[in-house]
Design a protein around this ligand. Structure first.
Ligand code: ASP
Length: 577
């Protein structure tokens, strides 16, 4: 028998019991006649003690154990003389009477402890060792729980788990495809799915009614901080539904997940329109953990001879509660922060609301107290607050203010990792105009339907058409999105026309779907959630890499298995490359 208990299991009520434990040597401490070893497995750490007085030979042998040796020990559970309240097994230790080395280990390239000394690259190269650390294992355990909660919820709600193929043809999510050469069809390539979008819609035509799949998707995008070339989606589709049905079903799922994984009641999830979200937060994925909403200062700040404001399309402010404590130096740092190329503002105007209610701005020359009072009223500022103002083109200035709001929110401690706030954003524009190509692009994908009231505007004013689409954001990050689909052939044709697809192009790319729609496609809609992102948020980490067992690095490389790698000449020949 390798073990009677795990390394996380023994407590004071086991004192006096004979036990066998197996695990890894995390740490050895030698004190002359005494030797202590921390034995680790997935469940925890148990201290082993060896004493020269009662077994000299065994104590000597214990001193030969290196880090990460795999051992099996036998002994008695005894009370620890110096207790450790930081770990659940900290009140006991094992007085070892016998042990066996099950496997030796090379010295690991970094310490396998919660606070490791290893840098990211080396930990990715030895990911199997990094995964021995509880900090990382806990995240995979959380991911597994989340997975189960999702499956439980969807299975209970009557969804059917269907697998869709991985070797397919280009899908319509708008990223670059990963391709796989076909040996049997020389010169031809499969594409890996960017999502199972077309298949899940076909399953609705088939009458499956409610589909889900926890599925790998692949997008060949350039490096962006929180992206992986392969990632996992919770992909869902439903028939005979309207937007409200989808929102309530998946609000239920997310609330259930938070409840079962974290015992957190997310509460009812507010619904914002895209226009509202942009106006109030400058973002289509607002962080709703805190207020500090954008305030429009156009009426009260224009026309005072300050050309920066007078020439601006929009003047937008935020009110920082208690922000008057920021020093001049800190305010200058804010200015530098918004002027960085990533944000791109030309400058930042501020107005202090002093404790005595007096107002002092960085543009006193143009705005006296009476005028500043109008700003303060508009921002509902109180004594001790600080007003920060940006101006410029509306879209740009809102986005900049969103960044500043998040930055100041972070500094003010308003975005704690253990607080969660979700929202739905609906009524996105259906299409956006791309100046470069002179074409309209689908904001979501070409199967997303316009909201019924806007259909007639598709030809006359495409930019004003709202999509019957929705996103969910949690803590300022997009975690899911989807839409009610077009199931009507005429409407689909109008959409392809708008996007500049010729009949032939549409037929070639999506003919199979359009043909299927000739055979009685039901009204349907769906959504997909990013499982990695969702897990990262629940785990309180900024990087989705932390919640993926074997992630790729910034360059899309798996440095552990060293992929991608060149093909050898024979393989190339076989593939006709
Ligand atoms: N296929 C979409 C995506 O991956 C989600 C959906 O529309 O259901 O973003």
């Amino acid at each position: 028998m390798h073990r009677t208990h795990t390394c996380g299991e023994l407590r004071t009520n086991h004192i006096g019991t004979q036990v066998t434990l197996s695990g890894w040597v995390q740490r050895r401490t030698d004190f002359g006649a005494l030797t202590f070893i921390d034995l680790r497995d997935r469940y925890g750490i148990t201290q082993l003690s060896f004493n020269e007085e009662y077994n000299k030979e065994l104590n000597e042998k214990a001193r030969s154990l290196g880090r990460e040796f795999v051992i099996k020990v036998h002994g008695e559970v005894i009370e620890r003389s110096s207790k450790n309240d930081k770990i659940p097994t900290g009140h006991i230790e094992i007085k070892v009477t016998d042990f066996e080395i099950l496997n030796a280990s090379l010295t690991p390239p970094f310490t396998i402890e919660d606070d490791t000394d290893g840098g990211e690259e080396i930990r990715l190269k030895y990911r199997y060792l990094d995964l021995r650390r509880n900090a990382i294992q806990d995240k995979l355990i959380l991911r597994s729980k989340l997975n189960k909660a999702v499956r439980d919820y969807l299975n209970n709600a009557g969804f059917i788990d269907v697998e869709t193929p991985v070797l397919i043809k280009s899908t319509p999510e708008g990223a670059r495809d990963f391709v796989v050469p076909s040996r049997m069809n020389e010169g031809q390539y499969y594409a890996l799915p960017q999502s199972p979008q077309t298949f899940k819609q076909l399953l609705m035509v088939s009458g499956l009614d409610k589909y889900y799949q926890i599925v790998k998707c692949f997008r060949d995008e350039d490096f962006r901080a929180d992206r992986q070339p392969e990632f996992t989606q919770i992909d869902c589709e439903m028939s005979f539904v309207e937007r409200e049905d989808i929102l309530s079903t998946f609000e239920g799922m997310i609330r259930d997940v938070f409840q079962s994984v974290k015992e957190i009641d997310l509460g009812q999830i507010p619904i914002l329109t895209y226009d509202d979200a942009m106006k109030r937060f400058g973002s289509d994925k607002p962080d709703m953990r805190f207020g500090m909403e954008l305030v429009d200062l156009d009426d009260v700040a224009k026309g005072n001879g300050f050309s920066v404001f007078d020439n601006a399309e929009s003047i937008v402010a935020i009110n920082v509660k208690g922000g008057n404590t920021y020093t001049r130096k800190e305010l200058d740092a804010f200015t530098d922060w918004v002027k960085r190329p990533q944000i791109g503002a030309l400058g930042l105007i501020y107005c202090r609301v002093n404790e005595d209610g007096s107002l002092k701005s960085s543009v006193d020359k143009f705005f006296d107290e009476t005028k500043l009072k109008l700003w303060a009223d508009q921002c509902t500022s109180e004594a001790g607050d600080l007003i920060l103002v940006l101006s410029g083109k509306t879209d740009k200035v809102r986005k900049q203010m969103n960044e500043l709001r998040l930055h100041v929110g972070e500094l003010q401690g308003l975005r704690p990792k253990n607080k969660f706030a979700a929202c739905w954003v609906v009524d996105f524009p259906l299409v956006e105009y791309d100046e470069e190509s002179g074409k309209w692009h689908a904001m979501h994908h070409p199967f997303t339907s316009p909201i019924p009231a806007d259909r007639d505007k598709m030809q006359t004013d495409p930019g004003a058409v709202k999509a019957n689409a929705y996103d969910m954001a949690i803590n300022g990050m997009e975690v899911g999105g989807g839409s009610i689909r077009i199931h009507d052939k005429q409407l689909q044709k109008r959409m392809f026309d708008l996007l500049g697809f010729t009949e032939e192009e549409a037929q070639e790319q999506f003919g199979f779907l359009m043909n299927a729609f000739e055979y009685g496609a039901p009204p349907h809609g769906g959504i997909a959630f990013g499982l990695d992102r969702l897990t990262a948020i629940l785990a309180g980490t900024d990087s989705i890499r932390d919640v993926i067992a074997f992630p790729k690095n910034n360059m899309g490389r798996d440095i552990m298995i060293d992929a991608p790698a060149p093909l050898n000449a024979d393989q190339k020949k076989e593939l006709g490359m």
